[in-house]
Design a protein around this ligand. Structure first.
Ligand code: GLN
Ligand code: ZN
Length: 752
């Protein structure tokens, strides 16, 4: 009997072994055989850990050299034309992911509302599909040889098609029959093996249209009839699935349905009619790092089992554990009190296993009893910890309701223009300047106590000196300090706030070999001391031009952290906002006249369901407004966002009431800016006029015509001219000529 399962396990390795193997292979330091060998070791480790923990349904094919969607493209043979002449399989695979001199890489975008990126399939009328099951069979056999009988993880056809892009304007669903046929062939090929096949269909937690619903039903009616040897699971995660969709799936011959009960609590009301199906119940959080509260989980499971027969409930994670770090094993510097509240992927295996034993009334061993007691105790300690609760803060927060700037924008901007005296088409940058090896070494040596505070500060000052000098030489209007002291725009602020902790090894895959290490926001947030004033004022002391202060906004800090789950996000955001509000007061008192509050991740926090959108917008907006409400009317507030498609959120962006917004338009084209004109957007705006993600240096002519094109949409008094994001990933010899061309282009347009 199957009692528990894991949706999927991290592939990057306990200490990012896969990252290092991939990068060594790409730089030709190891052979393909060596890469394969190391990858196999990682896969076997994953199997071993799941097996040891007592997981019934262990995953195979959750491994990937780059990304599961890319693997699905290969599985279906949907290789875009420009790669079709590459015969070596591995070379083909990595070229699709990363491009080469001749071929642009395939597009990459965020996987639902996570920070994981997938490769976007490119389909056109001429795309043909053929089955290539090599990887799947190989990894399945490998697991068999190892001694487990795993399920095979696949991305399902509806999610695959829904996330594909059409490169010729044709409807991607025209390929439905052809794609389904390949999935059928795959199932036919493996039918003799008597196995479980998990189809990941996270798309079904979004607002599906009727067409998608019909395709979904058709797909699983067909696939579930291929062979009685196969037990099919349709797995969903990240939110709830509509009742009619659950019921449609239950009407097919699939074995089970996977639902997320952490991020889709509504699922509780949608499971009345799942008939004879198994329910794979996601009750262990696959997206956050807190220990499961087993007592609450058992209560939740009791509720579920009042609707679904107990024997048919399979305990599982809410989604693949890919979204949390691998293991706590290497965290020897974390505060032991905080560490005791945490559970990463490896630790979550034991949680799933133990919850399954408790819920299904298995015989408990002594160690199980101890583990349950330990869990209960850890949760109680966390709840009552003085590290988490700050009453003074909670008291103070009460007086901040509906915080906003003191004067309406129209009046503010007049005063600002008088005081700041910046010209039309004012030039500026987004904050960071090139992060050189020297700078990285400086910061890491300081962190490791290899150099003194004084040496470190002198190094930072030297960078700021040069950065200001270069900007003056280039002739930019509003300067920045260059952010040399920041290793990461969230971590930097987190490190200066009470309520934050940092891991040494808490890496989560972001894309390919790239991993991020989100900080842990565990408790009430208060500022220890001013966080940015020292370096901004130093930069300002060097020049008579205005230096813009630079902060990361509350919503972005929150969206890029692992956030406590014992307080509503809206309240956490408010605490972060208050800390930033104090910072703005300090910057202002230090005579800083323009302050930029970056909200790079404002849009990515949007929920997947329309029904949840209003709530998010409300608190996110309130948090941003609270953070900048301490700015006097004469202090100019900028914000920056790393995207440009504002169609559905333009009213919210306007309501944020920043005086100036800079956005990332360079890659998307000007068409999408029309929305600003259509809605009569009031505030000033700097649509990035060149793409900083590429090393290419845009010419003066190119930028001149871009500015002229923008002037057809925006009046010159409202238009700022800047690159489309921070310059930290570029080199000085790319940045300097590009910015010189930018300033020249502005002069030409202004007629100076
Ligand atoms: N101020 C930040 C920088 O320039 C903004 C980064 C971002 O938008 N991702 O680096
Ligand atoms: Zn940006």
């Amino acid at each position: 009997m199957i009692k528990n399962s894991i949706v999927g396990f991290p592939r990057i390795g306990q200490q990012r072994e896969l990252k290092f193997a991939l990068e060594a292979f790409w730089s030709k330091k190891i052979s393909a055989e060596e890469l394969q060998k190391q990858a196999k070791e990682l896969r076997l480790k994953n199997l071993e850990f799941q097996e040891e923990a007592g997981i019934d349904l262990i995953s195979s094919n959750d491994f990937s050299f780059y990304d599961g969607m890319l693997d699905t493209i290969v599985l279906l043979g949907a290789i875009p034309k420009r790669f079709s002449d590459i015969s070596d399989e591995l070379e083909l695979y990595f070229t699709m992911a990363r491009g080469d001199e001749k071929r642009v890489a395939m597009e990459m975008t965020k996987w639902f509302n996570t920070n994981y990126h997938y490769i976007v399939p490119e389909l056109s009328k001429s795309t043909r599909f053929t089955l290539n099951a090599n990887k799947i069979i190989k990894e399945f056999q490998e697991a068999k040889e190892f001694g487990v009988n795993p399920k095979i993880n696949l991305i399902g056809p509806i999610t695959f098609l829904s996330l594909s892009k059409s490169v010729d304007g044709s409807d991607v669903y025209e390929h439905f029959d052809a794609v389904l046929r390949v999935y059928e062939q795959l199932l036919e090929q493996i039918a003799a093996m008597q196995i479980f096949v998990q189809f990941d269909e996270p798309i079904i937690v979004t607002d599906l249209n009727n067409e998608q619903k019909n395709y979904l039903l058709k797909a699983y009616e067909k696939l579930s009839q291929v062979s009685p040897n196969l037990n099919l699971i349709v797995s969903s995660y990240f939110d709830y699935v509509d009742k009619d969709v659950v019921e449609a799936l239950a009407s097919t011959k699939i074995w089970g349905i996977g639902l997320d009960f952490i991020y889709g609590k509504e699922n509780l009301d949608n499971i009345q009619n799942i008939k004879d199906k198994y329910l794979i119940a996601g009750v262990v959080d696959g997206r956050n790092i807190w220990k499961n509260d087993m007592n609450s989980t058992l209560k939740l499971l009791d509720k579920i089992s009042s609707t679904v027969q107990k024997e048919r409930i399979v305990i599982s994670t809410s989604c693949s554990l890919l979204h949390v770090p691998y293991s706590l094993k290497y965290e020897d510097k974390l505060d032991s009190e905080v560490k005791n509240w945490l559970s990463f992927a490896f630790e979550k295996l034991d949680e799933v296993s133990l919850i399954s034993k408790l819920f299904h009334n298995d015989v408990l061993l002594e160690k199980d009893n101890i583990a349950f007691e330990t869990n209960t105790k850890a949760n109680a300690l966390r709840k009552n910890s003085s590290k988490i609760h700050n009453e003074a803060l909670q008291e103070r927060l009460k007086s901040f309701t509906d915080a906003k700037r003191s004067m309406p924008f129209e009046e503010r901007i007049k005063t600002q223009k008088e005081i700041l005296k910046y010209p039309s088409l004012a030039t500026t940058t987004i904050g960071s300047f090139p992060q050189t090896d020297e700078l990285r070494n400086l910061r890491s040596s300081f962190k490791k106590n290899k150099i003194s505070q004084e040496e470190y500060e002198n190094g930072i000052k030297k960078y700021i000196d040069e950065c200001v000098k270069i900007q003056e030489e280039i002739g930019l209007d509003i300067l920045v300090h260059g952010e040399p002291e920041r290793n990461d725009m969230v971590e930097y602020f987190g490190e200066q706030l009470n309520g934050y902790a940092f891991t040494q090894n808490g890496w989560v895959q972001s894309y390919g070999s790239r991993c991020v290490k989100p900080p842990l926001l565990f408790g009430d947030i208060t500022r220890i001391k001013p966080m940015s004033v020292k370096w901004i004022t130093y930069a300002q002391s060097l020049t008579s031009k205005i230096v813009k202060g630079m902060l990361t906004g509350p919503v972005t800090i929150l969206n890029w952290s692992f956030v406590r789950n014992d307080l509503a996000k809206k309240d956490v955001a408010k605490q972060l906002a208050l800390a930033l509000n104090d910072e703005i007061t300090d910057l202002q008192n230090a005579d800083i006249k323009i302050i930029q509050v970056d909200e790079a991740a404002f849009k990515e926090g949007y929920p997947l369901r329309k029904s949840k959108k209003d709530e998010y917008e409300k608190w996110a907006l309130e948090a941003f407004k609270l953070s900048v409400s301490s700015a006097n009317a004469k202090t100019q507030i900028h914000t920056h966002m790393c995207y440009s498609n504002f169609n559905d959120i333009i009213k919210t962006i306007e309501a944020m009431d920043a005086d100036v917004i800079s956005i990332e338009t360079a890659r998307a084209g000007n068409k999408i800016l029309k929305i600003f004109k259509e809605v009569g957007y009031k505030q000033e705006i700097g649509p990035g006029i060149y793409d900083i993600h590429s090393p290419r240096i845009p010419s003066t002519e190119e930028m001149t015509s871009q500015i002229n094109a923008l002037l057809e949409i925006f009046p010159k008094e409202k238009l700022w001219i800047n690159p489309d994001c921070g310059l930290k990933t570029r080199k000085w010899n790319e940045v300097v000529p590009a910015l010189k061309n930018l300033v020249k282009a502005v002069k030409i347009v202004r007629g100076d």
